[in-house]
Design a protein around this ligand. Structure first.
Ligand code: AMP
Length: 202
C-alpha cells in the first residue's frame, strides 16, 4: 500500500543568516525573496531581530509584503544601530543562550542562509539538538549560488570517515531554491527518537 505523505505545519520559521550583506548580489536578493516567500505563505519569520546584513534583507522582504516577524535579540545587542524597530514583535533576552532557546520554541522549522560564524553556530546547535532527539523540526540549508558546496563536501567526508552517522547527516535538508527547500521541509519525516534519549527527556 502506498504510504500517505503527511505535511509538517510550518506556521513560523526561524532564519539564521549573516549580519553582513556580503558582496554576492544573488545571495542578497534571495535573502529578501525568502522574506517575501514567508510573507506570501503566511509564515511568521523568527530571527535575530537586527536590521543589518542579510538579516535585514529577510526582514525587509517580510515587511514589504505585509508579513509577520518576531525578532529575538539579546539585551547587549539591542543598540540603535543594530535593532530593527519595525517588527510586529521584538523579544529581548538576557543572553545568547536564552535567545536560541526562544527562537527554537517559537519556530516550527529552521532555515540557514549563507552567513559567518554566528550562522554556523546557530545551525549546528539546532542540528545537534535534533541529533540528540531534543526536537524533530525540519532544518533547511539554502545553498544559494553554491555557497554551501564546500560545507556539504566536508559533511560527506565526516560521514565517510565514520564520524557522522548518515542518518544524522540526513537531518539537514539541502536545496538550491526557496520553493524546493520549503517543499522538502513540509514533507520531512523525523527519525524515531534515538534510543539513548527517553521520550520524557524531549
Ligand atoms: P554571522 O553569521 O556571524 O554574521 O552571525 C549572524 C547570526 O548571529 C544571526 O543569525 C544572529 O542571530 C546572530 N548575530 C550576529 N551578529 C548579530 C547582530 N549584530 N545583531 C543581531 N544578531 C546577530
Amino acid at each position: 500500500m502506498e504510504e500517505k505523505k503527511t505535511q509538517n505545519s510550518l506556521k513560523s520559521i526561524a532564519v539564521f543568516c549573516a549580519s553582513s550583506d556580503g558582496v554576492n548580489s544573488e545571495i542578497i536578493e534571495t535573502s529578501k525573496k525568502l522574506g517575501e516567500f514567508l510573507a506570501k505563505n503566511n509564515i511568521r519569520l523568527v530571527y535575530g531581530g537586527s536590521k543589518l546584513g542579510l538579516m535585514g534583507q529577510v526582514a525587509a522582504g517580510v515587511n514589504e509584503n505585509g508579513g509577520k516577524a518576531t525578532g529575538v535579540i539579546p539585551e547587549f545587542l539591542k543598540t540603535k544601530e543594530v535593532v530593527h524597530t519595525q517588527l510586529d514583535k521584538l523579544i529581548t533576552t538576557q543572553d545568547m543562550h536564552e535567545r536560541k532557546l526562544t527562537m527554537h520554541k517559537l519556530s516550527d522549522g529552521f532555515i540557514a542562509l549563507p552567513g559567518g560564524f554566528g550562522t554556523f553556530e546557530e545551525l549546528f546547535e539546532i542540528i545537534t539538538w535534533a541529533q540528540l532527539g531534543l526536537h524533530q523540526k525540519p532544518i533547511g540549508l539554502l545553498n544559494i549560488n553554491g555557497f554551501y558546496d564546500d560545507l556539504m563536501a566536508m559533511l560527506r567526508k565526516m560521514v565517510k570517515t565514520g564520524l557522522l552517522k548518515k542518518e544524522n547527516y540526513d537531518l539537514l535538508i539541502i536545496a538550491e531554491t526557496i520553493e524546493e527547500l520549503y517543499e522538502k521541509m513540509k514533507f520531512f519525516k523525523p527519525q524515531p527518537t534515538p534510543k539513548w534519549i527517553t521520550k520524557s527527556q524531549t
